[in-house]
Design a protein around this ligand. Structure first.
Ligand code: SAH
Ligand code: SF4
Ligand code: F3S
Length: 440
């Protein structure tokens, strides 16, 4: 039996895709290994969002090929879509290049790898790959799962490769999503995170033949008894509607956390980025969300050093962060991506200045994250136990606000997949810890 090792880079949608790929290969008689050394086939499920991510792929393939020349190498994901046959030109040891829209073809290609020399498949086919992939049969027993509900993007922010690598915006139907969600629940899942490059642009066919938005879908999914927690990511400010905000107020299973990327606190830069929203609009949305759901965790993405970003523009971003107060956020140096409009702007910022700004911004975000976590000291929070921690008696899970939290369970009362209450006694930037509250 051939063994397959999958290495996943990039966003959660790639994690979801890797699971679906492995599930369909498993059905064809391949087995997954977590040890790349013992694999016959290695799949790199790649990310093209920033230069570093793409370059890492080439160094990883090089390292692997130094170890073994017999392994078959497959490059999937967004680098495959963006660089196509160029990958094989640069690295002739690669046997297959396959883009994200054609994973349903992978099992057939893999079974013919020994006979055929190379496979390159980067079309955007008319048929829906989700309907052509095998039914869900999870290979792990995790209590949490991702569910891709929407793919692609039509927004064309000037820095971003996603519209090119993932194609046009597409939403799956409510019926197929309910079916997949139920099947996941039957396999032990209690927490579901809905995914999309613009998840809140979701507009899939409803059960009655009309159109569902994200709030409608969340409402439908919340009726599935086995689902205890719902999350969704990642959002665009322009697609936040009142129904989604009210869903946070009305649907108890919807967790108090929203990831809403703004990228910059300067309207001039937002315009150059083609974000189509202003700082004021963003603040207005956050105010509404906070009014609807007190204490909700607000998260965001920031790009530092976009072409033309002056000291003043950067200060606006710092001011915005201070004004909002984030529970958590991701931040990156601007990375010019080939084929995107802003890569050609002649106002590029030197790396040293980007580094300096990023460092300052990240310090502030870390302080805010610590502050957010500090509010939980002395409080009892419910966590879903996901795994064991560094020490054997430590169990780790997530709070409703998506913080990582751990506790000692010396008596081994709790199990993975269970909800427990813990009393928080200490917090760090990246986690909370506390004591198990034993139910009487
Ligand atoms: N759809 C989401 C973002 C998806 S990409 C949105 O509209 O916000 C995830 C994040 O990667 C982005 O939010 C952005 O912060 C970052 N990113 C995308 N392209 C980038 C680039 N060229 N350089 C640096 N960061 C980038
Ligand atoms: Fe990229 Fe998000 Fe902009 Fe789409 S909306 S182009 S995914 S940053
Ligand atoms: Fe990367 Fe593609 Fe996701 S570029 S962030 S893996 S959509």
């Amino acid at each position: 039996m051939k063994k397959v090792y999958v290495k996943t880079y990039g966003c959660q949608m790639n994690v979801y895709d890797s699971e679906r790929i492995m599930e369909s290969l498993d059905k064809q008689g391949f087995t997954e290994t977590k040890n790349s050394d013992e694999s016959d086939i290695i799949i790199f499920n790649t990310c093209h969002i920033r230069e570093k991510a793409a370059e890492k792929l080439y160094s990883d393939i090089g390292r692997l090929k130094n170890q073994s020349s017999t392994k078959k190498v497959i490059v999937a994901g967004c680098v495959a879509q963006a660089e196509d046959s160029e990958i094989i030109r640069r690295m002739p040891e690669v046997d297959m290049v396959i883009g994200p829209q054609t994973y349903h073809k992978l099992p057939d290609f893999v079974s013919r790898l020994d006979k055929k020399k190379k496979f390159i498949e980067t079309d955007f086919p008319a048929e829906n790959k989700f309907n052509l992939l095998t039914k869900r049969k999870r290979l792990d027993k995790k209590p949490t799962a991702y569910l891709t509900i929407q793919e692609g993007c039509d927004k064309f922010c000037t820095f971003c490769v996603v519209p090119y690598t993932r194609g046009a915006e597409y939403s799956r139907t409510t019926a197929e999503l309910l079916e997949e969600a139920k099947s996941l629940v039957d396999q032990g899942v209690v927490e579901l995170t809905l995914l999309g490059q613009n998840v809140n642009a979701y507009h899939g066919e409803s059960m009655t033949g009309g159109t569902s938005n994200l709030a409608d879908l969340i409402y439908e999914l919340s009726k599935i008894v086995g689902i205890k927690r719902l999350r969704y990511t990642t959002n665009h400010p322009n697609d936040v509607n009142n129904e989604l905000i009210h869903a946070h107020r009305d649907i108890e299973k919807l967790m108090p956390y929203i990831h809403l990327p703004i990228q910059s606190g300067s309207n001039k830069i937002l315009k150059a980025m083609n974000r189509k929203h202003t700082v004021e609009k963003y603040i207005e949305i956050i105010d509404k969300i906070r009014l609807a759901k007190k204490g909700i965790a607000i998260s965001s993405d920031f790009i530092v050093g976009f072409p033309g970003e002056s000291d003043k523009d950067f200060e606006y971003t710092i001011d915005l962060i201070k004004q909002i107060g984030f529970a958590q956020a991701f931040s990156f140096n601007y990375s010019p991506r080939p084929g995107t409009p802003s890569a050609d702007y002649d106002t590029q910022i030197p790396k040293s200045l980007k580094d300096e700004r990023l460092h300052r911004l990240q310090q502030l975000l870390k302080e805010q994250q610590f502050q957010f976590n500090s509010h939980f000291i002395g409080k009892s929070v419910q966590i879903l136990v996901e795994k064991t921690g560094k020490e054997e008696c430590h169990l780790v899970g997530r709070t409703p606000h998506l913080q990582s939290a751990f506790f000692k369970d010396i008596k081994k009362i709790s199990k993975i997949g269970e909800f427990v209450d813990i009393k928080i006694d200490s917090v760090k930037v990246n986690n909370l810890s506390g004591e198990l509250i034993e139910s009487s």
